[in-house]
Design a protein around this ligand. Sequence first.
Ligand SMILES: [Zn+2]
Ligand SMILES: [Zn+2]
Length: 195
Amino acid sequence: MSFFEDIGKRISEAGQGAARKTRDIADSARSSIMISDEEKKINGLYAELGRAYYEKYAAAEDCEFFEAVRSINEANSRIRELRQQDAVRRGMRVCTKCGAALAADSSFCNVCGAPVEAPAAAADEVVGMAPDTDETGAETAYENTAETAAEEHVAAAGEEQSAAADADVKKCHVCGTELAREAAFCKECGARQLS
Ligand SMILES: [Zn+2]
Ligand SMILES: [Zn+2]
């Protein structure tokens, strides 16, 4: 084999090798996408299982994973406190049961359905507690963002609706009051919403 033929052969072999490599890389990429899809599915199911377990034992005195249940309870009550402080700071009333901010005209909490009680304490009392939120600043910021978004929906529901905004609004199936799409309970009559 001449020198040039040899070079040519080597180049062509190298080319085939490169083609196979490209195909292998594409196949690998595809399978890692499929693997991560399956992993996402598993993680979603783990979370569901955990939530089901938690809901079953949230009020229990003891259970197999009591430490985790207690930690979730503690985190939930911190969230409730932070929500209350924040809502009161902004002059909004809060649900005494779950801490959700309430629209001014609510008779029932639209998150948990608890009847709305007398207006919360004066804002000044709670403003003094603001520094407490510093150590959990990141979490608080996150909560605020989520809550602000939710309130914008609520605020929007109270205003005149254009056809475009209809998707954010639903009507109570019992009394017909216009409600934010995510409301679990009617703020007017307290009925649990179906969807
Ligand atoms: Zn509530
Ligand atoms: Zn209603």
